[in-house]
Design a protein. Structure first.
Ligand SMILES: Cc1cc2nc3c(=O)[nH]c(=O)nc-3n(C[C@H](O)[C@H](O)[C@H](O)COP(=O)(O)OP(=O)(O)OC[C@H]3O[C@@H](n4cnc5c(N)ncnc54)[C@H](O)[C@@H]3O)c2cc1C
Length: 465
């Protein structure tokens, strides 16, 4: 049985047309269990080998207690131009921007949806797309980020507080939907449920720099590891998983790991006069009666699975307690916990050591760069904009990989501005355009013509100061 048969059959089921409609279309579909025996495979779909256990090639526990992973040949599932790994705010912008320049772009994401912390992490507040110029506020985040906000305005409950000078708030489900729309419109190949677990390096270093050259990534899937080979890679995993695996110099940061939640029925709150407003009510969202509730949490290593597991349990207990506290306040009895974020809120982990490093001092001084590929904003729009030099996206010691989003090269204090997600839109957009420009020019990420990158960014409505 081939894939198209399955998808057609499943499609009919999805549409709810049932047996009658299927029979009309000439496809025999039965709802009985026995008839589904044709879904049983006895051979591995890629290798054709019998599924008798001989295909397994597990790790070995050595006598000295060490564990050895056998060398294997990894199947290649895609050979492409620009591979974008991580579909958060930065990665979605990178992928859309690159695809709009006409190159082939697969987008790899470990979860089943797009948006990263802005959707799975329930971080709904869009902080930092304004700056102050004299006594005026200016919106510096334009390009694909602004296009997303505009399109959210056109969708029911998509975004609120879009008035000039305010920090808007979006709805995570509407944003998930919008990203599906924008990513499919751009013809991006989506590899969801694919966890990038390694980098692929060329067999010889770059002749000019002697640095390793990234040529793709390995994704861990239910079918085992699979390879995506690419001319350029953009690492927007937030945690720098690809540049880390490729050997890029970086720092490891620890900062406030929280868990965000949403509470509902706030439109039914009716406290008796004089009732003290309970804590942990969070902030408004575009959905009536629903607030998003942020959390700070302890500063620990967001790449350590034991830390993350412990915090998931701890934070869930804390959120439950907080909501019960709200509900025990007179007039707030109907408030309930609508959801906790499916994805824990890791604020920062690995930050690449770039050719340029953003500093707060330079940002405050309004330092300008010839290779400026974007301008970032301030949390409350209360200070001047800061330019993003291309070198902040470019690792010092590895070739053909760029980063965008919260792992962009910045000193710790500056990372607090870099990581807010409109600024991730900006750096993701720039990384996507630069990677695509390098492919179109047949150059490398290091030697790409930055003037051309800037021209392409301006053509996509980016603001470069
Ligand atoms: C609790 C909390 C509150 C915050 N509050 C605000 C706020 O109020 N306003 C604001 O603007 N910002 C806020 N931020 C910051 C902002 O949400 C993030 O910094 C921003 O979303 C980062 O975007 P990104 O694209 O760089 O990374 P992420 O949003 O982290 O996206 C990374 C994507 O890559 C995927 N990924 C990761 N590793 C892999 C892998 N190995 N293989 C495949 N896919 C992978 C992830 O699943 C995810 O989709 C907050 C952050 C947190 C944690």
């Amino acid at each position: 049985m081939n894939y198209s048969e399955v998808s057609r059959r499943d499609w009919i089921k999805t549409l709810g047309m049932g047996v009658g409609a299927a029979a009309l279309s000439g496809i025999g579909v039965s709802t009985s269990r026995e008839a589904r025996a044709d879904f049983v495979h006895k051979e591995d779909k890629t290798t054709g080998k019998l599924l008798d256990g001989s295909q397994a090639n597990p790790c070995k526990l050595n006598a000295d207690g060490t564990i050895a992973r056998p060398a294997i040949s990894v199947p290649k599932i895609s050979e492409t131009d620009v591979l974008v790994v991580g579909a958060g705010p930065a990665g979605c912008c990178a992928a859309i921007a690159a695809a709009r320049l006409g190159v082939k772009v697969p987008l790899v994401e470990r979860y089943g949806h797009f948006g990263g912390l802005a959707t799975g992490g329930l971080v709904l507040h869009i902080l930092g797309h304004w700056t102050k110029q004299g006594d005026k506020k200016v919106q510096v985040v334009q390009g694909i980020g602004e296009e997303m906000m505009k399109r959210l305005e056109g969708l029911p409950n998509g975004i609120c507080n879009r008035e000039f000078g305010k920090n808007p708030t979006l709805d995570s489900e509407v944003y998930k939907y919008l990203l599906v729309e924008m990513i499919t419109e751009a013809n991006i190949e989506c590899l969801l449920h694919s966890w990038c677990c390694d980098a692929i390096l060329a067999d010889s270093p770059d002749p000019a720099t002697g640095n390793p050259v990234v040529r793709g990534a390995i994704i861990q899937t239910k079918l085992g590891p699979q390879a995506v080979v690419a001319k350029q890679v953009v690492d927007t995993t937030g945690d720098g998983d690809v540049f880390y695996a490729a050997g890029a110099a970086h720092t490891q940061r620890e900062y406030d790991i929280g868990l965000v939640s949403r509470i509902a029925n706030l439109d039914r709150v009716n406290p008796p006069e004089g009732t003290k407003r309970p804590r942990h009510l969070g902030d408004v969202s575009p959905v009536k009666g629903v607030n998003w509730v942020n959390m700070a949490g302890p500063s620990l290593d967001g790449c350590d699975v034991r830390v993350l597991s412990k915090l998931e349990l701890q934070h869930r207990k804390q959120i439950w307690k907080q909501v019960q506290e709200v509900r025990s306040t007179p007039g707030y009895e109907d408030v309930y916990l609508m959801e906790t974020a499916p994805q824990i809120g890791v604020r920062i982990t690995r930050v690449v050591e770039g050719v340029e490093t953003l500093t707060l001092e330079n940002a405050k001084a309004g330092k300008t760069y010839d290779d400026c590929v974007g301008v970032g904003g301030a949390w409350g729009g209360d200070h001047i904009g800061w330019q993003v030099p291309y070198g902040a996206l470019l690792p010092k010691n590895v070739e053909n990989i760029l980063t965008g989003g919260r792992s962009v090269s910045a000193e710790p204090l500056m990372s607090d501005l870099v990581r807010v997600y409109p600024n991730c839109w900006v750096t993701g957009h720039a990384a996507g355009v630069a990677a695509a420009t390098a492919v179109l020019e047949d150059s490398t990420a290091r030697s790409v013509n930055v003037a051309e990158v800037r021209k392409n960014l301006l053509a996509q409505n980016a603001y470069l100061g």
